[in-house]
Design a protein around this ligand. Structure first.
Ligand SMILES: [Zn+2]
Length: 896
């Protein structure tokens, strides 16, 4: 799944245009600064495996023959499954996963009497007792059952949408991490691979979809048909997929694979962008992985709706996407949307190998899927679209990850997961984004060719199997003279952020001697435990001479570089560590800031702000960088600066000095917008379009009167004639108006939401109703969210959108209506929703309130997000109390 892609864009921009709303928005804002307290749990090691809540190993599935009959109108279905299984040790009982299913009939081939069926709702299992030991060897279990079709995106679910002919319902499935058990009784654990052949009885005029192509279709009376799909290779249950709807499919053959995009009828024109992307990417991956994509077809399926916790899912051969991140609609999609569609397609397709062909044995190693796919999406995107500078963009993601990794609630990349509730919490920034940053560190250290050779060996050796992380390191080290296992272990088995400190830089005899030492970036007094890493360090002088070394231990290490120019630490910013310069070194580099590469400019900005927020360097050092910001800096770097200013503004919320800060921020950013302009200029770079959006949104938030007036003017024209706003500025204009809405413009926006042409626009407009500064309007939006008027999957997004500016209100509302709100959320993810509403707050009272809520409503194993939110609130509160006064003094010294 591509969860943090939203968060990454947020961290780049810090702004919250409508499509970026999620409850995690506040978290992303929180981590953009990238620092904080750490009390990271160390990996407890092998003891954890024994405590896992897993099925017994004595019986394993080999093949499932599933035949389902959905009743879309009633949102129910019936199923029949025959499971070929192997009994390894004689047992009286077969135990498998089953949740929200009723098993009506059960039998085991060769057994005269049906088994006793017992359910354990909490463990999500069903057991079949035979009263005597079953012999070791193959058996076939036959089950007839029925279950529910949900309205939230987990298990078997429906998405309703409007068409000119009325409301239409489409069906999909979503099983990661552990919801196949709501569709078919199964061994629903990633390590229990089996093959699947799925059949279904469906209305004859609809298009059914699964992982494999349809092999037969037989008409039945009553306007029905019975369809059979081909047998999958051995795979994990969470990758199974079924979909059904009034769809269209566009497709193309690419290296022998039928690649398609499936959309609801009428949307085909918006699907070609994704199909083109997929065709490029498939060729690249076939070569990169050295193992060709093994299924006959690869579909990308667009569903109208939203989830708070995922945007797409890598079901093998049948990737599901919410349509806003697969389709490019020329009326509403922005440049940032196009880049996101491309990278999400790249992410999900990388999973077809990393995740689907080779799968982690258990959720402890989830990062093998997600960290790798998050890295690979940048690798392939940079190959085809170097102009987007995705590696430079990825530094914002790394900044987010370092922020989370330095606070309480972080965890080692490889982390013990005991049960499925806890597994849901592992889909986080550490797993995805730190994981990707660590892969980048290692590839950069080892070299592209040697790294790829190791990945090819790993794919070849483990195809259709399950692995642990060390299998990857072994495969890479097997063909290389430069072992990475030690560096990899240090970065994946312990939490926290390494920090390389420059004690001194001395020039002598035409060389610079750097004295470096290693520490640990964290401020929490509880975090006194020393951790050390083997860190590959690259340094370079400003004229480009560089040196590389792996440093280990706290004792000073000396590195030598030719020349006496100022020296950049972590030159190119490919490695995962924070750089802390000596005062003289920082002054030398800051003076020449405009001459640094864009990567190093952004690296310095990120490190300086993070160190400043914890008091390691004065806030004035960061503010000085913003004052001297080069006017011709790369658009990505300016976007990052915009995001950082928005975060500071967010922490200033309600303080008297906020006005002075905003005046200063407008003074820095308004000239950039004046240069970039409101409208697209022929020949401008794609990233300039992204920057324009970010600038307008930020200046709108900072109460820039010209920006607000211009946005209102454009909005008035748009209400009269929607064609007057093009896709590039439409969303940002709507957002600025929504933030500053009065009753009249809120009502106008509400009317637009009700009459929106597409589901994506409807979702977006309903969300905008909740971003107003005026609390009375936010309250109206909150009340509206549960009224039944907005689409079902939109309600949580509206509450999430409200939390950005009014976290306390959003929290109180969600808690007061918890029964209703919870019903809108996916069950394995509901533990995360409320903590994320307050994660961007700086009001310490919310810590206690959140903890009280968690005690009552969140299982103990699923409270990772509570710890993270608490840590972030404390962090923001500390910045507000201790650091903002420094900024106030700096602003006064500038005459602001
Ligand atoms: Zn993923």
């Amino acid at each position: 799944m591509p969860k943090p892609s939203l968060a990454q864009r947020l961290a780049v921009a810090g702004s919250l245009p409508s499509l970026r709303w999620t409850a995690s928005a506040a978290v992303a804002v929180a981590v953009a600064i990238g620092a904080g307290a750490a009390r990271a749990a160390e990996s407890p090691g092998s003891g954890a495996a024994a405590q896992r809540v897993v099925l017994p190993a004595g019986v394993t599935p080999d093949h499932y023959r599933i035949d389902i009959t959905p009743n879309a109108a009633q949102r129910t279905f019936t199923g029949i499954v025959d499971i070929d299984l192997t009994v390894h040790q004689p047992t009286e009982r077969i135990l498998l996963n089953s949740a929200d299913l009723v098993i009506d009939k059960a039998s085991l081939a060769g057994e005269a009497a049906p088994p006793d069926i017992a359910y354990d709702t909490k463990a999500q299992t069903a057991s079949f007792g035979f009263g005597h030991a079953l012999r070791a060897g193959p058996h076939t279990l036959h089950l007839e059952y029925h279950g529910q079709i949900f309205e939230h995106a987990s298990g078997f679910f429906s998405l309703d949408y409007e068409t000119p002919a009325g409301k239409v319902r489409a069906l999909f499935t979503q099983f990661e991490n552990s919801d196949a058990r709501r569709f078919v009784p199964s061994w629903d654990e990633p390590g229990r691979k089996a093959s699947f052949s799925l059949a279904a009885t469906v209305p004859a005029d609809l298009m059914p979809l699964s992982n494999m192509p349809m092999t037969s279709s037989e008409d039945l009376p009553g306007g029905l048909k019975h369809v059979q799909f081909g047998t999958t290779p051995k795979m994990s249950s969470y990758l199974l997929f079924f979909g059904l709807g009034d769809f269209e499919r566009i497709h193309r053959m690419v290296e022998g694979v039928d690649v398609g995009v499936v959309v609801k009828r009428g949307d085909a024109a918006n699907a070609t962008y994704a199909l083109d992307a997929a065709a490029d990417i498939l060729r690249y991956y076939n070569n990169y992985f050295g193992t060709h994509y093994p299924l006959p077809k690869l579909d990308m399926i667009a569903g109208p709706g939203a989830s708070q916790f995922f945007g797409a899912m890598e079901n093998w051969g049948a990737i599901f996407y919410f349509e806003r991140i697969l389709l490019v609609d020329p009326r509403v999609s922005t440049e940032a949307d196009k880049q996101r569609v491309y990278t999400v397609v790249a992410h999900e397709m990388a999973h077809q190998w990393f995740g689907d062909l080779v799968t982690m044995a258990w959720w402890d190693d989830l990062w093998l899927n997600e960290g790798f796919a998050s890295w690979m999406q940048n690798k392939v995107t940079d190959n085809f679209h170097p102009e987007w500078k995705v590696w430079l963009q990825s530094l914002a993601g790394k900044q987010s990850a370092m922020g989370e990794d330095a606070r309480d609630g972080t965890h080692p990349i490889i982390t013990p997961i005991l049960d499925v509730q806890q597994a849901a919490g592992a889909f986080d920034t550490i797993t995805y984004t730190k994981g990707a940053a660590v892969i980048r560190t290692l590839e950069s250290y080892l070299g592209e060719d040697a790294f790829r050779a190791g990945v090819r060996r790993y794919m070849h050796d483990h195809a259709y199997g399950n692995t642990v992380t060390d299998d990857l390191w072994k495969a890479i080290d097997a063909g290389s003279s430069r072992p990475i296992t030690q560096i990899a272990h240090d970065l994946t088995r312990q939490a926290g952020v390494p920090m390389v400190t420059e004690a001194s830089a001395t020039c002598s005899g035409g060389k610079t001697l750097l004295e470096l030492s290693q520490g640990h970036f964290a401020i929490d007094a509880d975090s006194t435990k020393a951790r050390l890493w083997h860190v590959p360090v690259t340094v370079a002088t400003l004229d480009g001479t560089s040196a590389k070394e792996v440093i280990f231990g706290a004792a000073p290490t000396t590195m030598t570089v030719t020349g006496c120019e100022p020296v950049i630490l972590n030159a190119g910013q490919a490695a995962y560590f924070r750089s802390r310069y000596s005062n003289a070194g920082l002054a030398a580099v800051a003076t020449r800031y405009a001459t640094l590469s864009a990567d190093d400019q952004l690296g310095l900005l990120n490190d300086t702000l993070s160190l400043a927020t914890v008091g390691d360097v004065p806030m004035s050092t960061f503010m000085d960088l913003t004052r001297h910001f080069p006017a011709d800096a790369d658009a990505v770097v300016i976007s990052a600066l915009v995001g950082q200013m928005q975060v500071l503004d967010h922490i200033y919320e309600g303080l008297p000095a906020q006005a002075a800060f905003r005046t200063y921020a407008r003074g820095v950013l308004a000239p950039v917008l004046a240069h970039v302009g409101w409208d697209k200029v022929a020949g401008e770079s794609d990233n300039t379009a992204v920057l324009r959006d970010d600038l307008i949104a930020a200046l709108g938030e900072f109460n820039d009167p010209d920006v607000i007036a211009e946005a209102r003017k454009r909005f008035e024209r748009y209400v009269g004639d929607p064609s007057t706003l093009d896709a590039a500025t439409r969303r940002t204009v709507l957002r600025v108006v929504a933030v500053h809405a009065d009753t009249a413009s809120w009502d106008q926006m509400h009317a637009l939401a009700k009459s929106a042409k597409t589901q994506v626009e409807r979702q977006e407009l309903y969300g905008l109703l909740a971003v107003a500064e005026d609390p009375a309007l936010v309250q109206r939006a909150l009340d509206l969210s549960l009224s039944g008027e907005p689409p079902k999957t939109t309600a949580p997004g509206m509450i999430g959108a409200a939390s950005r500016r009014h976290p306390g209100m959003a929290f109180e509302f969600a808690v007061a209506h918890w029964d209703q709100v919870e019903a809108f959320l996916e069950p394995t993810s509901s533990a995360r929703f409320v903590p994320r509403l307050v994660a961007g707050a700086s009001d310490l009272q919310l810590v206690g309130k959140l903890d009280t809520f968690a005690e009552a409503h969140i299982p103990a194993s699923a409270r990772q997000d509570v710890r993270k939110a608490d840590a972030n609130i404390r962090y923001f509160a500390a910045i507000r109390k201790d650091r903002l006064p420094e900024v106030d003094r700096w602003l006064k010294s500038q005459g602001s």
